[in-house]
Ligand binder design. Structure first.
Ligand SMILES: Nc1ncnc2c1ncn2[C@@H]1O[C@H](COP(=O)(O)OP(=O)(O)OP(=O)(O)O)[C@@H](O)[C@H]1O
Length: 492
């Protein structure tokens, strides 16, 4: 079987798909694993960074990809899509030898070295800093979350992730309040507590904060933090050894179980069954369970309904992307922790340009601090601009109004042509307003320029859309989540 099957498949897709579609959906994917499935033909496993992309690729491209690969392999090829595993806590920088997304290399006319890193929750894209060579060789500044948990302590709680180091704001207000409540009175209200939101918004930080607070109060409390994948591998291990009693003893005896990213239980029936047992046992003895996920319980797919309905039975709260002022506060606080005072205007400059999530914000801060340290220059806007120039130029290069129109039209299942048309039904007008809002948020275009690109509309129409969607976003969680997914998708 040819090892470069996936690469050749990408070449075919690049040739046959519109460039826009290839760039948005295929180019950023990491290389697929290709294995011989014996009588089943060729198995091609593809890791996709988020659920929206996974569903989209499954619905729109999986069939075509399979037939291209079958044709190239000369035997049936089966495509398996899975979510890429998350970056374990504490690993922040992308290693220099991170595999480059094949599609990127293939993309017509783009030099691989100048293309942005693939988006992946497994290894968030980090843009190399155009700084003195020493920067690359030096350890990154020691931001709190980088500190690995001290020993693999039995709680697996990272002592750096506390309520003190978590900046409060509107985006996490509800979740933080509920979490503080649980830390003060576990087993009482809000059980289970289900926290959901996009990547890098502080869900993991918050549940560690609860663990730390409880342990401070009651050092003997039986607390355990774990990522859903660790639970899955525990189930597998105990399954192989037939030691389910050990598994039960470990989980059923806890006072507080903090479990991250439960969407990873999707399709894992045996794990779900064991988790269900643990869940029931813990609630029965009034131990507390806090879960995180990338979506709300009813949005979870391939998870048994008897579990998802229980997930929803306590309190479900969202963590939203932080607004500008909160991003500024986070930057200032994190810089202070590094004994590197950050002027407010610089914090605003960074926060305005790095909007995706807090993890990316930390990455940008790290680059600015490193740049300042190694160039022995004080932190000002000029220096920040220089330190982040790759990141800024990628943003400018990548996101065009056309790209936004296409992505939003795909997302809301309308025609791209409706972005320019005069049609007014809400099913069209609203996605169009969303696209205008994103065009203002994510590009440098002026209101009149955006109006022009939306079928010659007046700039006041654009302004109205920007204000309307921006205002609704503050109050409407569902819209905010959709916008967040769209922003992540557009930024790759
Ligand atoms: N409000 C905040 N104040 C300070 N730091 C924050 C805040 N929110 C997030 N962070 C930091 O941002 C980084 C990413 O947060 P975290 O890992 O908790 O995100 P997450 O929502 O669990 O993401 P994922 O879904 O990818 O696991 C961490 O270093 C965390 O400490």
């Amino acid at each position: 079987m040819s090892a470069d099957l996936w690469q050749r498949g990408c070449e075919r897709l690049a040739a046959e798909l519109p460039e826009q579609q290839f760039n948005t959906w295929i180019r950023p994917l990491p290389p697929a694993d290709v294995a011989d499935g014996g009588a089943d033909g060729v198995l091609v496993s593809l890791r996709v960074p988020n659920r929206f992309k996974l569903d989209w690729i499954r619905n729109q491209y999986a069939g075509r990809i399979e037939s291209i690969l079958s044709e190239l392999a000369g035997r049936p090829a089966r495509l398996e899509l899975a979510l890429a595993p998350r970056e374990p806590l504490g690993r922040v920088a992308q290693p220099a030898n991170q595999p480059v997304a094949l599609g990127q290399v293939l993309h017509k006319g783009m030099h691989p070295a100048s293309t942005p890193a693939a988006p992946s929750s497994a290894a968030p894209a980090q843009v190399s800093v155009a700084a003195p060579a020493a920067v690359a060789a030096q350890p990154a500044p020691n931001l709190a979350a980088q500190t690995p948990p001290p020993s693999a302590s039995r709680h697996r709680i990272n002592p750096a992730l506390t309520f003190d180091t978590l900046v409060p704001g509107r985006a996490n207000q509800m979740a933080r309040t509920a979490a503080l409540h649980v830390a003060g009175a576990p087993g009482a209200m809000y059980n289970p507590l289900f926290i959901y939101g996009g990547v890098g918004l502080g869900k993991t930080h918050l549940i560690h904060a609860v663990g730390n607070a409880l342990l401070k109060d009651k050092p003997d409390a039986r607390v355990l933090y774990l990522h859903a994948e660790q639970f899955i591998s525990d189930v597998v291990k105990n399954y192989q050894r037939k030691t389910f009693d050990e598994l039960k003893a470990k989980y059923h005896s806890l006072d507080l179980l903090l479990i991250d990213d439960v969407q990873f239980f999707a399709g894992k029936d045996r794990t779900q069954e064991e988790f269900f047992n643990a869940f029931e046992a813990l609630l029965a003895k009034r131990a507390h369970i806090i879960m995180t996920s990338d979506t709300y319980p009813k949005g979870l797919v391939d998870i048994d309904e008897r579990l998802t309905s229980r997930f929803d039975a306590g309190l479900t709260v969202a963590i939203e992307p932080p607004e500008l002022e909160m991003r500024v506060a986070i930057l200032i606080k994190k810089a202070e922790a590094e004994q590197a005072p950050m002027p407010e205007d610089v914090a605003f400059f960074i926060a305005k340009n790095v909007r995706a999530n807090v993890r990316e914000l930390e990455g940008a801060l790290r680059k600015v601090l490193a740049y300042s340290r190694f160039s022995h220059k004080e932190i000002n806007i000029q220096l920040a601009r220089e330190a982040l120039k790759d990141l800024l130029s990628i943003q400018n290069r990548q996101i065009s109004v056309e790209n936004i129109q296409k992505t939003v039209a795909d997302f809301y299942k309308i025609k791209v042509a409706d972005m320019y048309s005069k049609k007014r039904p809400a099913s069209i007008a609203r996605p169009r307003q969303i696209a205008m809002y994103l065009a203002k948020e994510l590009t440098q275009k002026s209101l009149p320029e955006i109006g022009e690109l939306f079928g010659g509309r007046d700039h006041t129409t654009v302004l109205h859309a920007v204000r309307k969607i921006g205002g609704e976003r503050q109050k409407n969680t569902e819209l905010n989540q959709q916008l967040h997914v769209l922003e992540q998708t557009l930024k790759g």
